[in-house]
Design a protein around this ligand. Structure first.
Ligand SMILES: [Zn+2]
Length: 54
């Protein structure tokens, strides 16, 4: 069974809430999810266009 994990829409590590002052640098959408990275860092994923950054 492949461990993709990215299709889990209800992942507890992903907070699909827009945070004040945070918007996607690619499309400008405020629908940004905060994702915990591998090394304890935090990165962001746009839920509108799929762009990710940190
Ligand atoms: Zn975007």
């Amino acid at each position: 069974m492949a461990a993709s994990g990215f299709e889990e829409a209800s992942d507890p590590l992903v907070t699909a809430r827009s945070r004040s002052g945070l918007s996607c640098p690619s499309c400008g959408s405020a629908h940004v999810a905060q994702v915990l990275g591998d090394n304890g860092g935090v990165s962001y994923v746009c839920t509108s266009c799929g762009h990710s950054w940190s």
